[in-house]
Design a protein around this ligand. Structure first.
Ligand code: CMC
Length: 439
């Protein structure tokens, strides 16, 4: 028996692998429920052949890091940021405090909180040239494309951000990014509407100021209904982090090259732009519109069960129980509709959920509503066009991306992200120059 790399103290905490090509057996240590892929790499038939690799498209069963930011138990429907249950944060905290928690790892004292809010509030303005840059986009530019480009452009306004080994410098960039994200997001929205960009109002809170930059017209001060401010703040909290999802993985992967955090977060915005990640709530709205009325639900459900349709907003790679965020969002939807009047699609959504949760097809596959089932309905009540939904997600997810980036750059175990491949192409072909091939 060969030990890889060395015998584990406790043989029960190891995996014995028998390589049938050679007859050799190996003990691979199990630490924290995982084996090191590099240990498998030491299993080889001889010195000249490469060791065993793990093939895992989409990282379905590969841990890429150790992280203390977010805990998810998908079977039980649990989500915690830094150990605090999402339900408690949504009910008792606010988005800026949750930002502090995610970035610093613990809740702030009164003084730390006040300083944090002050810092964020006084970095909401962007350089005037950012405005000119954004005005250069086509009249119908997608706001998410504008957001991605302008976040990336910030790296040219703050070249000092490259100094990622300095903790004070990192803090400065984190504050800037959290502060400026709503400004860039709101301006992307105004651009598509041909409306003037509204400057931040530092007398307003984070989310109220965002609503002001979105919707202010000629009034002296824009003050949104408190219930709407609270509902959007809660939505931001619910989206603030979700461990190693596609966009966070993009931020970590790009950040592992030690590039500045603006470039890394721009990559995260790009990943979120894709329909498989940030775009499902828009698909839910389209589905509800297509169903049209409650009478059509049974035939729609039949279509889903026959494999002709998907029930959008249901199912999750990780949650095999009710997505805890969906429960909170459902409550927020009620609060929002109290202000804006109900959305007729809500009745269809509620009935659809009721029927699906009693149907064996969904029950046996553990398909429950996810965060996107109700969020689109709320965003529509705010009068956001569907293209803005992902921008809202991006603003909410920014502290999560930054907390994960911060963890990455301080993690001594991390290396530049560089997966292996299984090469399937040709080898050693004889190159024939074009002048001879095209004769
Ligand atoms: N409607 C109908 N059947 C479904 C659905 C659905 N929404 N989701 C999964 N299934 C079925 C699927 O056909 C499969 O059935 P079978 O075993 O008979 O082949 C079974 O359930 C397992 O599904 P899966 O595709 O293996 O599950 P997955 O983990 O690969 O996919 C998912 C997860 C979210 C992509 C999928 O559930 C889905 O497409 N849902 C609809 C889209 C959606 O709401 N996406 C938002 C996700 S939450 C946003 C976020 O957290 O970023």
């Amino acid at each position: 028996m060969t030990d890889v790399p060395a015998a584990t103290e406790d043989k029960n905490q190891s995996l014995t692998v028998r390589d049938n090509r050679t007859g050799s057996e190996y003990d691979v240590p199990i630490v924290d429920g995982a084996i090191q892929a590099a240990d498998l790499g030491k299993i080889r038939t001889d010195e000249d052949t490469p060791g065993i690799a793990v093939y895992d498209p989409g990282f379905v069963n590969t841990a890429s890091c150790r992280s203390a930011v977010t805990f998810i138990d998908g079977e039980k429907g649990i989500l915690e940021y830094r150990g605090y249950p999402i339900e408690q944060l949504a009910e008792k905290s606010n988005f800026l405090e949750v930002n502090y928690l995610l970035i610093h790892g613990e809740l702030p004292t009164k003084e730390q909180y006040d300083n944090w809010v002050h810092e964020i509030t006084y970095h909401t303005f962007v350089h005037e040239n950012v405005k000119t840059f954004m005005q250069g986009f086509r009249y119908d530019a997608h706001p998410m494309g504008m957001l991605m480009a302008s976040v990336g452009a910030l790296s040219t306004f703050y070249p000092d951000a490259r100094n990622i080994s300095d903790p004070d410098n990192r803090h400065m960039q984190i504050v800037r990014m959290i502060a400026k994200m709503p400004t860039l997001g709101a301006w992307s929205f105004r651009h598509a509407q041909g409306k003037p960009y509204i400057y931040p109002d530092n007398e307003l809170g984070y989310t109220a100021n965002f609503l002001s930059m979105l919707f202010k017209m000629s009034e002296k001060k824009f003050e949104a209904d408190e219930r709407l401010v609270k509902a959007l703040d809660v939505l931001f909290i619910l989206h603030a982090d979700h461990e190693q999802n596609c966009s966070t993985n993009a931020v970590r992967s790009v950040g592992s090259s030690q590039v500045d955090p603006y470039s890394a977060v721009a990559a995260g915005v790009g990943a979120l732009y894709g329909p498989l990640h940030g775009g499902a709530n828009e698909a839910v709205l389209r589905m509800l519109r297509r169903i049209g009325s409650k009478e059509n639900i049974p035939s729609f459900i039949e279509g889903v069960k026959n494999g002709n349709e998907k029930l959008m907003g249901f199912g999750h790679r990780v949650y095999k129980n009710y997505d805890p965020r969906a429960r909170i969002i459902k409550k927020s939807a009620e609060d929002v509709f109290e202000v804006t009047g109900t959305n007729p699609l809500l009745d269809i959504a509620l009935e659809l959920e009721k029927i699906a949760l009693e149907d064996d097809y969904f029950v046996s596959r553990k398909l429950y509503p996810n965060v996107d089932f109700y969020s689109g309905l709320i965003y529509e009540a705010f009068q956001f066009p569907p293209e803005m939904f992902t921008v809202l997600f991006a603003i909410g997810r920014t502290p999560g991306w930054l907390a994960q980036w911060l963890e990455l750059v301080q993690d001594k175990e991390q290396k530049i992200a560089r997966p292996k491949q299984i090469y399937t192409g040709d080898r050693q072909l004889e190159f024939v120059p074009a002048s001879e091939r095209w004769k």
